[in-house]
Ligand binder design. Sequence first.
Ligand code: PLP
Length: 426
Amino acid sequence: QTTRVPLADLSPAELEVFLDRQRAAYQSLLDRGLRLDLTRGKPSEAQLDLADRLLTLPTTRTDADGVDVRNYGGLAGIRQIREIFGELLQVAPEQVVAGGNSSLTMMHDCLTQLLLHGAPGSPRPWVREERVRFVCPVPGYDRHFAMLAHHGIEMVTVPMREDGPDAGVVAALVRDDPSVKGMWIVPTYANPVGAVCSQEVAAALASMPAAAPDFRIFWDNAYAFHHLTEQEAKSADILTLAAVAGHPDRPLVFASTSKITYAGAGVAFLAASADNVAWYLSHQQFASIGPDKVNQLRHAEFFGSAQGVREHMAGHRAILAPKFAAVQAALSAELDGLGVATWTKPTGGYFVSVDVLDGTASRVVALAKAAGIVLTPAGAAFPHGHDPHDRNIRLAPSFPVLDDVQTAMTGVATCIALAAAEHLQA
Ligand code: PLP
């Protein structure tokens, strides 16, 4: 039975006893020879199965406008799917582009277009600026940061809070420095902390004065509909907020069906002002003769309506919610009262974010790896993979089956307690 006195309050002798017990628990973990992978937020096979009717669709070769979807053309995507996701994203279909299978690609397209050409109103292409900086809420999504690093864009971190990024800190960074050209935000059930950006924070971001005339918010709503409870968070309508505040072109909204239907074969969306949509397509026309409209049509048939998407998401919730409950149960059972970790209790999305004792996250990940439990590398949720406090670990429980989530999380908790005890003893 684990002691429930905070580890930091134990006497050296008591800590030694605790450490011995944790070492024994860890040895039994090693003896189990586990092989579990909790590195990435991938849908499980059972979730992918929910969408298998897609493999029998579409039932027709033409979209609602009579266009043969098998042929070239229609750069902005077919109207039916733009209507469905326009309704879900609270925007007119004309302001939605339905693209290929990856919203990350659309984000990258927007970024490279800004770098190479700028946007209407840019003093010059971003690549010709002396420096380009982005505001990055942390912990955040590793691929966002990697994309910026790849293109030589500097990252300025701001703390992520329960209601979104600290808007006061963001506003101060953006107000006077024209090199701050953009920011990332995952507004709903953020990767990895699960935070939901409040109406107030969204309004502040939409209206704050920006020194760069072409400042852009990359509003990545990847988890907009991915609720884990019946209390479904509603995303702030950033496009309307920005338009009302006189900055209609500030937000670029992204979403996809990667975690709704198939993660490798879904449909991605960009929603933005009419001018931004025209800007995007004016460059995209040189990269594509049109998206995969067959896939778009089968998705439109599969969902039928925006309500169809909402109902489909309930199937995901039924599979995911028990896994997230298992994470909470395992961490609580092993760690409550020890004062060595805090963790998020997300009501949606794909991750649980754990803060362990400062200076021990890398050790926890290494211990887990040696025991056959592969976690996302420590620091992954920070620019350049560097967590200044070495305390944050992202847990991704979606992919393994429930039993494996339970086993892995109990193992991770053992590693957290062991690393903490080692650290306190040193
Ligand atoms: N944005 C966020 C915040 C994500 O967590 C992910 C996937 O994990 C993506 C985007 C990837 O989206 P897509 O599959 O549409 O490229």
